[in-house]
Design a protein around this ligand. Structure first.
Ligand code: SAH
Ligand code: SF4
Ligand code: F3S
Length: 488
């Protein structure tokens, strides 16, 4: 018996012999999973049907990866996935990075309330970043009494225990942790795609950009141990995964706080050596921590995708300072130059905030200037959203909505024009495409992604899903190509 099997046996022993639940994680959760499973089976015998769950993700890729873990736990408990909110358990994994993310959650909750009136046994659960805000919890306590389970970002691994509590205690369960230094490994996960997966390499954020709420709701930066990451990726590859997306709020600072520090570039070198893994992506790269070592590893890699998401936020050095981004316009431009010269086929994408407090017309022009110089493949543009508790929320000179909106429209137009030109540059080439799905609008077409993350549609068959095929790029439509497979 090898060490891993021994560990597994040990866990199973604990489940079957446990009188009370053990304090160790994740062993404790395996016990609650079993306890919940019995209750679910009982309910299934009563109703004569399987119980279902539905999870809606409102936030970023990290939020989405959390949802896969939550789905993994619910699946182990015995729930089946449902297509929509007409389910026995509905879980909203929320986001609070901008106010519109919050508003969407409140809007949808109204709809859930009406569904629950038809099915009083329905369970409604909320988790994710919004739940780490006190004002939100207060509002839910007062005005959303039909919500059964509420938890935050630090204790998603506890879902089985919280569900058990709810099912046996009847009144609602609210469990929010302010902070945590633990990382619970080895939770089950149900992946959305069999052939690709997100992999957390770190949690939290220490950067405190002055507009951003993430450090407050995700806690301090914690890196996972490289061996745990490598082991997870090897297991994913053994299970059919060929592409991984390494996730962290600032992957470029990965490993700095480990007992034995290692760099992100070194982690990438080790991941590259995993046999069977074909593509490596990562996000997000904070410009202040981009190293020459990383650029070299990317340039020399056969697996790291030709795409870097490189958030600018603003092109004005003055505003960048107030945003606490810790790089200047000139430094940012110099980095993109170096990236492009070392990795000529690299596609650059970015995030930009418009209407940050005190933003002048000159500041905004600086942003446009960077956009014109870098020529991004695409850019996510956001209207500044005031987040209570962040330094920017109390800054004077909040920008009037109309001014911000007008700048936003100008920026968007610029970004789109450039992107249509940049994205078409590979017309005529034959490039590898990872086939992801049948095209949503035309079932004779397949949809996949180039290494640089641009979508390609081409005639094919569903058997190609999850494989990499060579496709000739015939036409560019700005954000995607139409092509034809050169393999028969
Ligand atoms: N860690 C990543 C960003 C995560 S949040 C990074 O540092 O790049 C994703 C994006 O949301 C940010 O890049 C930023 O452009 C945007 N964002 C964050 N807070 C915002 C706010 N208060 N208003 C508008 N956009 C915001
Ligand atoms: Fe927010 Fe800045 Fe952290 Fe990104 S690096 S999550 S923008 S505080
Ligand atoms: Fe939103 Fe939380 Fe991600 S606030 S962007 S879901 S880290």
């Amino acid at each position: 018996m090898n060490e891993k099997e021994e560990q597994r046996m040990y866990k199973e022993d604990m489940i079957y012999s446990a009188e009370g639940a053990p304090a160790d994680e994740p062993a404790r959760q395996f016990v609650f999973t079993e306890k919940c499973r019995e209750l679910v089976l009982k309910k299934e015998r009563e109703t004569g049907r399987r119980l279902t769950f539905f999870i809606q993700t409102f936030g970023c890729q990290m939020n989405a990866r959390d949802s896969e873990k939550l789905a993994g736990i619910l699946t182990r408990i015995g729930f089946e996935p449902a297509e929509d909110e007409a389910a026995d358990l509905v879980l909203y994994n929320t986001c609070t990075v901008r106010d519109n993310a919050n508003q969407r959650v409140y809007g949808r909750l109204g709809h859930l309330n009406s569904l629950k009136k038809k099915n009083p046994d329905m369970l409604i659960a909320l988790c994710g970043c919004m739940m780490q805000e006190e004002s939100v919890i207060e509002k839910i306590r007062q005005s959303y009494r039909f919500v059964d389970i509420v938890f935050g970002t630090h204790n998603i691994f506890k879902l089985a225990e919280l569900l058990y509590e709810k099912l046996t205690r009847r009144d609602r369960v609210i469990d929010i942790w302010q902070e945590t230094d633990r990382i619970v490994e080895e939770l089950p996960a149900e992946r959305k795609y069999p052939f690709k997966s997100g992999v957390n390499i770190m949690f939290g954020c220490n950067n405190f950009c002055s507009y951003c709420i993430v450090p407050y709701v995700r806690g301090r930066e914690r890196s996972r141990r490289p061996d745990d990451i490598l082991e997870e990726i090897r297991a994913l590859v053994a299970d059919g995964v060929i592409e991984v997306m390494l996730l962290g709020q600032n992957v470029n600072s990965y490993g700095k706080t480990l007992d034995t520090p290692i760099t992100f570039a070194e982690l990438l070198r080790r991941i590259e050596r995993i046999e069977g893994l074909k593509r490596i992506r990562f996000m997000t790269s904070h410009p202040k921590d981009l190293s020459d070592e990383l650029i070299e590893v990317m340039a020399n890699s056969r697996k790291i995708c030709r795409h870097l998401h490189f958030p600018l936020q603003s092109g004005s050095t003055r505003l960048l300072k107030i945003m606490n981004r810790r790089y200047s316009k000139e430094q940012y431009l110099a980095m993109t130059e170096r990236l492009k010269s070392r990795i000529p086929d690299l596609s650059l994408t970015t995030d930009i905030i418009v209407g940050f407090p005190g933003e002048t017309e000159e500041d905004f022009e600086e942003t446009l200037d960077v956009v014109r110089k870098v020529r991004y493949d695409s850019a996510f543009t956001f209207l500044y959203s005031k987040r209570t508790g962040t330094p920017a929320a109390v800054m004077e000179e909040q920008i009037p909505k109309e001014v911000a909106q007008a700048r936003f429209d100008r920026l968007l137009k610029e970004v789109q024009e450039i992107s249509a030109e940049v994205c078409g540059k590979d017309v005529g080439k034959i490039l590898p495409v990872l086939v992801e799905s049948v095209d949503e609008r035309d079932a004779s077409l397949m949809t996949g992604r180039l290494s640089n993350n641009i979508m390609v549609h081409f005639p094919g068959n569903p058997e190609q899903i999850g494989t990499i095929v060579d496709v000739r790029l015939n036409e560019s439509h700005g954000f995607y190509y139409m092509g034809e497979s050169t393999q028969r």
